[in-house]
Ligand binder design. Structure first.
Ligand SMILES: O=C(O)CCC(=O)C(=O)O
Ligand SMILES: [Fe+2]
Length: 298
């Protein structure tokens, strides 16, 4: 008798007929307490409690200079603009994001392999890790648009098939992040509850959602409940500082109408014990430059 391939159990249903709140079923910090690595124990405690932690100088000023110069080079390069991995602002036609920047650029590849960064990701995820996604969000001044409130995990689960909450992002500031220039806002403690969103995922959702979020967007009521319970914190800091945040933390950012760019590189690490399955709530997988398929790279 042949048996149909079994679907893994869906611990976090989403994109159904109603929004629903589901308690987190996974640890936040996966490694045993005392596992050696660059994070101090109290930093991991803070990460566990709030769903994020800031590191004051993750990379040095000299390294920031090199990364900034590389970013400027990429943004000015016509072949990058023509690449499907570059996302352009609908209004100004300026580059908004460059995906898979760790594969486009040698400088960013080295950053994604840096022991200060990979070591921290391993401490949080308690295993070997690989890059699920990388991107620079350029956010130039005078009108770059923001990112509406979302949980990354909701999308990575629904559209990329990541089964468990065992994924972490680091956002490294390459320009100063002020309260005024579209810096990241996070709701501390929101990572403890999964917000299953209402609504079906259209085919090719990613093309739209990279410019503007739609499917997978929480309701005003749900966001108000979370914000009332958790509060909202702002990630600000000089270039070189970084925030590590859990895949299920609710976060977003406003437009940047100041003259000062807010350019950050985001590296997303997934545990090798959390390999992507088929999408849990989408007709097709997103392209591999948005959601790596490590099995196809071997
Ligand atoms: O760049 C930002 O302000 C937010 C980006 C973000 O949330 C994302 O890339 O998932
Ligand atoms: Fe995000």
């Amino acid at each position: 008798m042949t048996s149909a391939p079994t679907r893994p159990v869906d611990l976090y249903p989403t994109r159904g007929s109603r929004e629903e709140l589901i308690g987190r079923k996974d640890p936040v910090v996966w490694s045993e307490p005392g596992t050696p690595g660059p994070f101090w124990a109290r930093e991991l405690e803070e990460y566990d409690r709030d769903g994020f932690v800031t590191v004051e100088e993750l990379v040095t000023p000299d390294e920031v200079d090199e990364l900034r110069a590389e970013l400027d080079r990429l943004v000015a390069d016509p072949s990058v603009r023509a690449d499907e991995r570059a996302i352009v602002e609908p209004r100004s036609q300026e580059i908004r994001s460059v995906f898979e920047v760790h594969r486009i650029s040698e400088v960013f590849r080295r950053l994604a392999e840096d022991p200060r960064i990979v070591g921290r990701a391993r401490q949080i995820l308690g295993s070997d890790v690989y890059v699920h996604q990388s991107r620079v969000n350029v956010k130039p001044g005078f009108g770059a648009s923001g990112f509406y409130w979302h949980s990354d995990f909701e999308t990575w689960h629904a559209e990329d098939g990541l089964p468990r909450m065992r994924t972490v992002s680091v956002s490294i500031a390459l320009t100063p992040n002020h309260t005024t220039n579209g810096s990241l806002m996070i709701m501390p403690g929101s990572h403890r509850t999964f917000l299953g969103c209402a609504g079906e995922t259209p085919k090719d959702n990613y093309k739209q959602s990279l410019r503007m979020q739609d499917a997978g967007t929480p309701s005003h009521e749900a966001l108000t409940t979370f914000a009332d319970a958790c509060g909202i914190r702002h990630f600000t800091g000089p270039a070189g500082s970084a925030t590590w945040f859990d895949c299920n933390a609710l976060h977003g950012s406003g437009d940047n109408i100041t003259p000062y760019p807010r350019s950050n590189v985001f590296l997303v690490f997934n545990s090798v014990e959390n390999m992507p399955e088929m999408p849990f709530a989408a007709p097709v997988r997103r392209p591999s430059f948005i959601a790596a398929r490590p099995e196809e790279r071997a």
